[in-house]
Design a protein around this ligand. Structure first.
Ligand code: NAD
Ligand code: MG
Length: 412
């Protein structure tokens, strides 16, 4: 490779951000770090800047930016420090940038992710909430501006690797949303089903009654993956799999009924694609996000990710079972929201974000998250989600309805 790719890492201090920086540091001849961003974790951003010396660092507040600038100057590092939401958009769309790792958690990642797509970047999408909220918009921006969208979520990365070329937004640059909807999605390539694997989370096999008393620390203790707290709770409620179902529909032009969720407790098969001739292709590996991150960074080549080789004798067995929709209603809520279309997934996502934050703060019980999401979905009208304003309005309305319900709810 003659020229290094310049990378912006949005959410550099998070779990995906740290794994991305680990892979980048293994290949200094291929990548340079253009910008690193964080929300409030200024100490973590300082150490990342000292190590990777980006051209720009972005943090939320002016006060933290001043602190960071002074700390970097004192260490002799002259990174330009900026702050606020607009700076996130700027470092995602800057002409100097080739690759944007979208690893902010939640709706806060939407605008910079859209900006990266609009600027025609290679977008490595970890921030699934952005796609859930604005699937039509984001896929359109990718198509219209010749961006390349590569899924980093391990399941979607696995599916991407098992699909024939041409079935992800980024591979067919000139496809409009209408063209995508008019064609028969994945079925045209002989694909009959996407099999989305789920670990089942820390509470696999628990009854709804037993789940009522679980604590945030229990919910965040994932058996196989080490992740940020929000996605850990989503994995425990199975809302993560619901969001991923919606994500798969947008990425691969699938209908919700073409996506089957398969609980697979070992998290070794990261997902599968079934074809009309009876073939089922799977991607396997140790549960380590550096594999899909390295795939996205090097695509279409392969590079070392620092991941331990898979030892099948150590794994010994692979189990598969159906998800329990009764104890974990979030999966059904997400499927229904995708069927309803329009702004329903944005409402689902916003209500879930409020529910998870309230659960982590100890203000809402575990079962309350699904109840809150169901109430907010009932309370919010579904409108078309083809304009950004409609998506942002739906997000704001859902957060408002969630707060109204929380104030009335006895466990709040
Ligand atoms: P995390 O909580 O560890 O990190 C989140 C990052 O986003 C941090 O750098 C934080 O500073 C930044 N951030 C948070 N709120 C922000 C805001 N309002 N404005 C700007 N920046 C903000 O989260 P994570 O586990 O790394 O997950 C990041 C994204 O990747 C999520 O969308 C998650 O669903 C997705 N994802 C994560 C994993 C995983 O293994 N962790 C796997 C698949 C997908
Ligand atoms: Mg996943």
């Amino acid at each position: 490779m003659s020229q290094r790719l310049a990378v912006t890492v949005l959410g550099a201090t998070g779990s995906i951000g740290a794994s991305t920086l680990d892979v980048l540091a293994r290949h200094p001849e291929r990548y340079s770090v253009y910008a690193l961003t964080a929300h409030r974790s200024r100490d973590a951003l300082l150490s990342a800047c000292l190590r990777h010396q980006p051209q720009i660092a972005v943090i939320e507040t002016q006060a933290d930016a001043t602190w960071l600038r002074n700390a970097l100057r004192a260490a002799g590092v002259f990174t330009d420090v900026q702050y606020g939401a607009e700076a996130l958009v700027d470092v995602s769309a800057a002409a100097e940038v080739d690759v944007v790792m979208a690893a902010i958690v939640g709706a806060a990642g939407l605008l910079p992710t859209l900006a990266a797509a609009r600027a025609g970047k290679r977008v490595l999408l970890a921030n699934k909430e952005a796609l859930v909220m604005s699937g039509a918009l984001l896929m359109d921006e990718v198509a219209q501006h010749g961006a390349t969208l590569l899924p980093i979520d391990s399941e979607h990365n696995a599916i991407y690797q098992c699909l024939p070329a041409g079935l992800c937004g980024g591979r067919e640059a000139a496809r409009s949303q209408e063209q995508r909807l008019a064609k028969n999605g994945i079925a045209q390539s002989g694909v009959t089903q996407l099999l989305l694997t789920a670990s089942g989370g820390p509470f696999r096999g628990w009854s709804a009654d037993a789940l009522a008393a679980v604590t945030p620390d229990q919910a965040c203790a994932h058996p196989n993956w080490s992740m940020g707290r929000k996605i850990s709770v989503d994995s425990a409620t199975l809302m993560n799999k619901g969001l991923e179902l919606i994500e798969a529909c947008w990425l691969f032009d699938a209908r919700p009924e073409q996506v089957q969720v398969v609980v697979h407790p070992q998290s070794v098969v990261h997902s599968m694609v079934a074809y009309s001739d009876g073939s089922v292709l799977a991607q396997l590996g140790n549960p380590d996000m550096r594999t899909p991150i390295a795939y996205g960074l090097a695509w279409p080549e392969r590079i070392d990710a620092g991941v331990r080789p898979l030892d099948l004798f150590e794994v010994a067995r692979l189990d598969f079972e159906a998800p329990d929709d009764e104890a974990f209603p979030c999966l059904r809520l997400a499927r229904d929201a995708m069927q309803a279309g329009g702004t329903a997934p944005a409402v689902l996502n916003a209500a879930n974000e409020v529910g998870v934050a309230s659960f982590l703060d100890g203000r809402l019980g575990f079962g309350g998250i699904a109840e809150l999401v169901a109430r907010v979905l009932d309370a919010c009208p579904v409108v078309a989600a083809t304009e950004l304003d409609a998506v942002l309005d739906a997000d704001a309305r859902a957060r408002h309805e969630a707060q109204v319900w929380l104030r009335q709810c006895p466990s709040y």
